[in-house]
Design a protein around this ligand. Sequence first.
Ligand SMILES: [Zn+2]
Length: 139
Amino acid sequence: MAKRVSARKVKIHNQYTYEQAADALGVSVQTVRLWRQSGLPVLDSQKPHLILGFALKDFLAKRQNKPERRLARDQFLCMTCNAARRAYGGMADYLPYTATRGRLEALCEACEGLCGKFASPSLCAAVAPVLTITTRNME
Ligand SMILES: [Zn+2]
């Protein structure tokens, strides 16, 4: 649903009305108004409301980076669901690579597919209250 918008036409030192921003980006004015509701800063102390070019660029950049959303410490990115999920049954396996680095693997709570992420003993300790972790030593 979120279509890719090129922010390259936005000039950081310019100010835009909703209409000008929509024109520059090839989206509808309604879309720009929706962006405001999802966090785009708008100067609304005067009419017409103005959007600063750099704020618009910044907003679009953050929005496009969304797939790399940060996971909560007890969440995994499930490739099957393409979403952040918690561990099925609140259980995970820790596979140490070295003394300080390893991999945490769990089954997705939604699809039960395998998902994992890089982890460390300190992260395991931090999630221990919500996740039962079994350390599997690799030979
Ligand atoms: Zn899943």
